[in-house]
Ligand binder design. Structure first.
Ligand SMILES: CC(C)(COP(=O)(O)OP(=O)(O)OC[C@H]1O[C@@H](n2cnc3c(N)ncnc32)[C@H](O)[C@@H]1OP(=O)(O)O)[C@@H](O)C(=O)NCCC(=O)NCCS
Length: 120
């Protein structure tokens, strides 16, 4: 996977198809394969839906889209539910769990969605 191009495409995609969503991501290379392309883990640092547009399923549709991309392209997605931006952490944890994220043991982030996991 060409990581810089993938990240740029993702950011452009959000602007066009999810204008109510602000999402900050960091794309971490986790090694290179023999063809010198990156393997990637995507960290969602913050996701926010415009206040007047919340509770209409936009956040859910957005994350589902990201997880479809993750499955198709083979990257993991990591994030940590945070109350820092006004959200209720218990609700956030439940929401991420429902979407297929699970507790993460192998890095700083609290939750991980493994590409192509079967335990959703
Ligand atoms: C969390 C957030 C992105 C959800 O976006 P949304 O478009 O409103 O989401 P949806 O309409 O798809 O609702 C999905 C889930 O959001 C969660 N949610 C709704 N309001 C919430 C709140 N105040 N705090 C935490 N989670 C909330 C609920 O679990 C809801 O699922 P449910 O109604 O089935 O329980 C949005 O509420 C937001 O921007 N919050 C402020 C920023 C934030 O806290 N971001 C996450 C931490 S990085």
């Amino acid at each position: 996977m060409n990581m810089p191009r993938m990240q740029k495409a993702f950011d452009d995609f959000i602007k066009v198809f999810f204008p109510d969503v602000m999402c900050w991501t960091t794309w971490h290379p986790v090694g290179t394969d023999l063809a010198s392309t990156y393997k990637v883990s995507v960290s969602v640092d913050k996701i926010e839906v415009k206040k007047r547009r919340r509770n209409r399923g936009i956040g859910t549709r957005f994350l589902k889209m990201l997880l479809i991309l993750a499955d198709q392209c083979g990257f993991d997605v990591v994030l940590s539910p945070s109350g820092q931006f006004g959200g209720d952490v218990v609700k956030l944890r439940r929401w991420y769990w429902r979407l297929g994220f699970r507790e993460n043991t192998c890095s700083w982030a609290e939750f991980r969605y493994k590409a192509n996991r079967r335990n959703k």
